[in-house]
Design a protein around this ligand. Sequence first.
Ligand code: HAM
Length: 420
Amino acid sequence: MEKIQPVRGTKDLLPLEQSIHRYIIDTALNTAKLYNFKEVSTPIMEFSQVFKRTLGDSSDIVNKEMYTFLDRKEKELTLRPEGTAGIVRAILSEGLLKDLPLKYFYQGAMFRYERPQKGRQRQFHQIGVEHISVEKSPQADAEIIAQAKLFLSNLLKDSADNIILEINSLGSYKDRENYIKELKIYLEKHKNKLSDDSVNRLETNPLRILDSKSKQDQEVVANVPSITDFLSSESKEYFNQVKNILNSFNIKFTENPKLVRGLDYYSHSIFEFKSDLLGSQSTLLGGGRYDRLMSLMGGPDYSGVGWAAGIERLSLIIKEDVLLTKSIEQNITLALLPVSKEEESFCLQLAQNLRKNNVSVEIITQGNISKKIKKALRIKSLYNILIGQEEIKSKTCIVKTSANKKEDKVNISDLSSFFK
Ligand code: HAM
């Protein structure tokens, strides 16, 4: 019979990968707590309308990447492609608007029917934060960027030095519409030089042509009018304030007027953290302000700002750093090696006592003593103890430290304090 394979674009998370995911989630949550974000979870499936109404009819996600299906009652559901729309839906359906501002952290699996490659999967995982308030505020934009930056430095240590922050402003919805009109006129003139994909986008989503990866598009895009010239004076002033606060925080950024993001709900500040270690999928973390999302879902005209980062992409960066990966691996503290069957029940009791004192223990019983020692090496226990009749009689043992081969003679009854 043919071996059953996982669904294309999905991955099993085995212990090392799962420990890295856990480390990323824990670090993100701890950093979010410093800014008073509270953790929430929304369902993995939502009515398709939640995404169709908000992410944009012309966005790639809604057009061709959603996992949409009818349930047994013929209701159209979608596996969430991102977290923001679900959070806003939850705020509306749970009636939380009287408690604004709301600051939420979330993490979990997302689904997009994309062509899988390094750093791009069909089931992937995100961590993210959203800050919803009655009105937009440059302080909130700058703080959310600062929080993203602190998270990346806490997570990646020295590897965070290679990450760059790009920011841009799309202005108000009206500024954006004005710009799109001009952009279309310009691109129409150079239509014959654009890739087929971009010619199609000209009608549906011309902004996305700006961040096309195709060389021929990039040549046309090099000279397009800049969105910065289409911002109203109010939008410019707002963006200046965001930049001033970032400067006051000593946060380095590059302004990229061609940064547009893949979802339609953004206005004003948008940003991405990128790393050149990731090849073509270089964006680790992206976000920005969204002014219309809530009203598109039938709520009031309130504003939000947030970001999300791909856990798989962060994991790829962590794995480039051998020392960091080693420190994340969850190794057992102690391997107990009974010399023969005779000492097994003694070891079982001892392990129970140590675990009650918070020491993690594995008992290795398979094979002869040299096999047991090899197994202890493989599981990378931090300490090993051989238990024979001699040890049981004398109530003492030799604790061998794996890292430096140091040997300590310890009373068996003192073991738990030794490991503290
Ligand atoms: P996004 O840029 O679509 O934004 O996704 C955020 C991050 O998720 C990306 O930068 C990337 O690291 C990761 N990601 C996206 N697609 C994939 C994939 N197929 N495989 C692996 N990783 C992927 C959002 O989702 C917005 N909801 C962010 C946001 C929150 N904006 C405001 N609030």
